[in-house]
Design a binder for this molecule. Structure first.
Ligand code: RNT
Ligand code: ZN
Length: 420
């Protein structure tokens, strides 16, 4: 679409929204201040760069064998850069510990230091990106039996505690260097395939291990700790140590961030409804925005009802200042750069739609008990020209509007990815 058409469409849309009491320019200013944390692991199927051939494990599964996946940190950075060039706004990179760069030397996870991430950090600084971080408690011989921080063997627990301690320091270094707090998120695979008789023991051990991991206070200006709950995984169908109740209690009592992953609950359960509940009790939230189909399948996020509901909750509840938005999906059956672009653009579209929702009238009719009008107005709001505002935002941020970004991905695939 020519730029002048985008501008004309925006001007009409702006008037239409103004008549509903919505200031679209102000909404775009707000949108441009919301960072989305792009997960590095979409770029290489959660492979990491530690050693070739280590099984993924942890109940994680990536399906598909689309060509062109990143094989080195430089390739991964180039792919992220390409994706970011197609996404309006300033965002963040979410890195896992097993993406460390150790110069070809084997460095145990307990011995990882900020210097093993210095290239990532200077790259992020160069591109004006914040960073988030994750200890990697899977794809490792010491996690091969599916237990880590709750393991019955104290030596294995100690190993993973030391990994977590090392990672918080790395997170703090990222936060300090980049001038924006790093959210370091703990997700462990611990669980049991078939019905256990001891549900309590692993949870007591996990509690102790977490307390040991977090013992040293770190300035929240540099690092924020988050804990991620889960219902079940492959190989942990009957029992997951770090359940929702476990981590909600932990986060409340220890003043940690709770991480809600959209795929980590029963299939009809949605995280949009949990946001306003848990934010009564925990200081801040981390979201892992994902899309489970029938199970925690981590499909690429699309602009569906739940994504819109998540964004609406964040805006309507005025929670944007307390919620860190991260993505967590991995699809190896399509172009991986396109996957990032589709998912991140969908998240931003949902936020934009929420920011320009004519909420005043909706709140008023609801308060009056006029639920007929609420339903009717919500349905009419779906047809408002939000896409004209989105296109204009892309134009203003100098990224492709509409589907034009796809041409860029195809060109990149032809010139770069297909040669890998
Ligand atoms: C797994 C969790 C976790 C991982 C990443 C790779 O079910 O969602 O967040 O996806 O750490
Ligand atoms: Zn997750």
């Amino acid at each position: 679409m020519p730029d002048t058409q985008i501008e004309q469409a925006y001007s009409l849309a702006k008037d239409r929204y103004a008549r509903l009491g919505v200031d679209t320019d102000a909404a775009l200013d707000r949108l441009s201040a919301i960072p989305i944390s792009l997960h590095c692991w979409q770029g290489d199927d959660v492979g990491g760069f530690e050693s070739a051939g280590q099984e993924l494990g942890g109940g994680l599964a990536v399906t598909g064998n689309y060509p062109g996946k990143a094989r080195t940190p430089d390739e991964l950075r180039a792919d992220v850069e390409k994706a970011l060039s197609l996404i309006p706004g300033k965002h963040r990179l979410n890195l896992h510990a097993f993406y460390a760069e150790t110069g070809g030397r084997k460095v145990e996870r307990t011995d990882l230091r900020p210097e093993h991430f210095s290239t990532w950090i200077s790259w992020a600084k160069h591109h004006g990106l914040g960073m988030d971080f994750n200890p990697t408690y899977f794809s490792h011989p010491k996690a091969a039996d599916g237990m880590t921080l709750g393991h019955p063997d104290p030596a294995i627990r100690r190993f993973w505690i030391d990994h977590g301690i090392a990672c918080r320091k790395i997170g703090a270094a990222m936060g300090r260097e980049l001038g924006t707090p790093c959210v370091t998120n703990v997700w462990i695979p611990d669980g049991i395939k078939d019905v256990p008789v001891d549900r309590k023991g692993p949870r007591l051990r996990l509690l102790e291990s977490l307390d040991a991991t977090f013992a040293e206070p770190i300035d929240p200006k540099h690092n924020l700790d988050a804990v991620e709950c889960k219902l079940f995984g492959i190989g942990s169908e009957s029992y997951v140590t770090g359940s929702h109740e476990f981590y909600l209690g932990y986060a409340v009592s220890r003043r940690k961030l709770l991480c809600l992953d959209a795929g980590h609950f029963h299939p009809t359960e949605v995280i949009s409804d949990k946001i306003s509940s848990v934010l009564m009790w925990v200081p801040e939230l981390l979201l892992h925005v994902s899309r489970g189909i029938r199970w925690d399948s981590d499909h690429v996020v699309i602009l569906n009802d739940e994504l819109q509901a998540i964004a609406q909750e964040l805006v309507r509840g005025d929670f944007l200042g307390r919620v860190h938005i991260g993505l967590d999906f991995f699809d190896a059956s399509i172009n991986r750069v396109a996957a990032w672009a589709v998912g991140t653009r969908a998240m931003l579209k949902a936020l934009l739609m929420a920011l320009i929702e004519p909420i005043g009238r909706l709140r008023q009719v609801e308060a009056e008990g006029d639920f007929t009008s609420r339903l009717a107005l919500l349905e009419e709001a779906k047809g408002l020209p939000w896409a004209a505002v989105w296109d204009y935002y892309c134009l203003a941020k100098a990224v492709p509007a509409g589907a034009a970004w796809l041409d860029e991905v195809k060109r990149y695939e032809r010139d770069v990815l297909s040669k890998r």
